[in-house]
Design a protein around this ligand. Structure first.
Ligand SMILES: *Cc1c(COP(=O)(O)O)cnc(C)c1O
Length: 413
């Protein structure tokens, strides 16, 4: 192998060795059916036996570069992407937990979502290959992420989004100076348009899963988890799932660590989906993929045909992953509980993972003293609308009112 890495097709096993831009496996790409998940998503693989013999003292940031398909950490620019905080929560609703609960707060990324992990690697690869323009289709977060990352890296971003995306996400895209193309249609329409026009105009496409580097960028979270827990693995990780790229990234990170000999097993990963968009979980064991049109308040995980279905399911089967469905009501309740108990306000898609953990807890599926981690993937400020029906902001008080003391007393009760 002359390069540091190569690609392998998750469907046919075809190996591709190149440092040029590649998207899907050229053999499987010809067999697409628009009602089925895409075939030919590529996995980036390394020469693990070489890496094993290297003496890594720790898995600090500077070492991650050995497990990334880029040449230099300098290409990752100046924004702090990843290295997000991990908190240990010992109490919920004033009750002491009899297991360890960790929260990895990825809303603390530059554009306030987990998507920055993928955008930064795609952007770094573009930089090293002298590509100036990067495109993406997005339900909102991937687009706002790519727009922000490109702004920091002096690159041009072109973003296709459904016109109905939450306003904060649309605003971010425009503020970061990207070219925004709102589409009168669904995310799937935006995705296809982005692929078509990227080919036509020669833009580098960051579409999730379609670009294999999106999975590689997301895997870094697992290296961080391992290092933040002082090289002890959690027993369980709750991950919100839409297209299945984050969950594949989490698995891929641990699989890399396994292949390098740093760990000897992979944690149980729980895919959490919304009741109104459960197309990945519902099809895990089905012979032929069938989807139901999605409807959920968790817009970032509202997906009809998961773009990384094949890889995600392969990982889940190989490493005995679990899954759980939560309703929109459970998502909102979880979001409220999380905010009140921790000061962390998550967007609905992120709160979905927390809702999954709460449901496991209610069902007594979390063993005493086990270590559990919830991946919070985005900030609540990105989608204020979804919680408006759940809250009331009271009428203003008149500071000159005679009964002001009484008015304030009433609010306290
Ligand atoms: C994109 C996204 C997800 C889901 O990731 P997939 O790779 O689509 O499964 C979850 N939460 C947030 C906040 C996201 O933006």
């Amino acid at each position: 192998m002359k390069n540091k890495y190569y690609y392998e097709c998750v469907d046919c096993g075809n190996k591709i060795e190149t440092t040029e831009v590649v998207y899907l496996c050229p053999i499987c790409e010809k067999k697409q059916d628009k009602n089925l998940p895409p075939k030919g998503v590529l996995k980036v693989l390394f020469n693990y036996s070489d890496l094993k013999t290297k003496t890594f003292k720790s898995l600090e940031k500077k070492h991650f570069i050995d497990l990334l398909p880029i040449n230099s950490a300098k290409s990752l620019g100046f924004l702090r992407v990843g290295n997000t905080p991990m908190y240990k929560i010992s109490k919920l609703e004033n009750q002491k937990l009899d297991f360890s609960l960790f929260i990895k707060d990825d809303s603390q990324n530059p554009t306030f979502s987990f998507k920055d992990r993928a955008s930064i690697l795609v952007s770094a690869f573009a930089k090293e290959n002298k590509i100036k323009t990067i495109s993406a289709a997005s339900t909102g977060n991937a687009g706002s992420s790519l727009a922000g990352i490109c702004a920091s890296q002096n690159q041009k971003a072109i973003i296709f989004v459904p016109a109905t995306a939450p306003k904060a996400k649309l605003t971010q895209i425009v503020m970061y100076g990207a070219t925004i193309i709102p589409v009168m249609g669904t995310y799937d329409d935006a995705f296809d348009l982005c692929v078509e026009f990227s080919k036509k105009f020669g833009w580098y496409n960051r579409n999730t899963a379609y670009n294999p580097l999106t999975i590689e960028g997301k895997k870094i979270v697992s290296f961080e988890i391992f290092s933040q827990l002082k090289q002890i693995l959690p027993d369980r990780i709750f991950v919100p799932v839409g297209d299945g790229v984050i969950i594949s990234g989490v698995y891929k990170g641990f699989e890399d660590l396994l292949k390098c000999g740093f760990i000897s097993k992979i944690p149980i990963i729980i895919a959490v989906q919304a009741e109104g968009s459960q197309n990945l979980i519902k099809n895990i064991n089905s012979k032929s993929f069938k989807y139901t049109p999605s409807k959920t308040i968790a817009d970032s995980i509202s997906v009809d045909i998961p773009r990384n279905f094949n890889m995600a399911v392969q990982f889940m089967k190989k490493y005995k992953g679990e899954s759980i469905i939560v309703s929109d009501k459970e998502i909102i309740n979880a979001s409220t509980l999380l905010s009140k108990n921790t000061g962390i306000f998550a967007e609905p898609a992120a709160a979905t993972a927390f809702a999954g953990m709460l449901k496991y807890k209610e069902m007594n599926l979390i063993q005493k003293d086990s270590k559990n981690l919830v991946l919070l993937t985005g900030s609540g400020l990105k989608d204020l609308n979804s919680v408006q029906s759940e809250i009331t902001i009271p009428e203003p008080i008149d500071p000159k009112a005679k009964n002001l003391e009484q008015l304030i007393k009433n609010r306290l009760s």
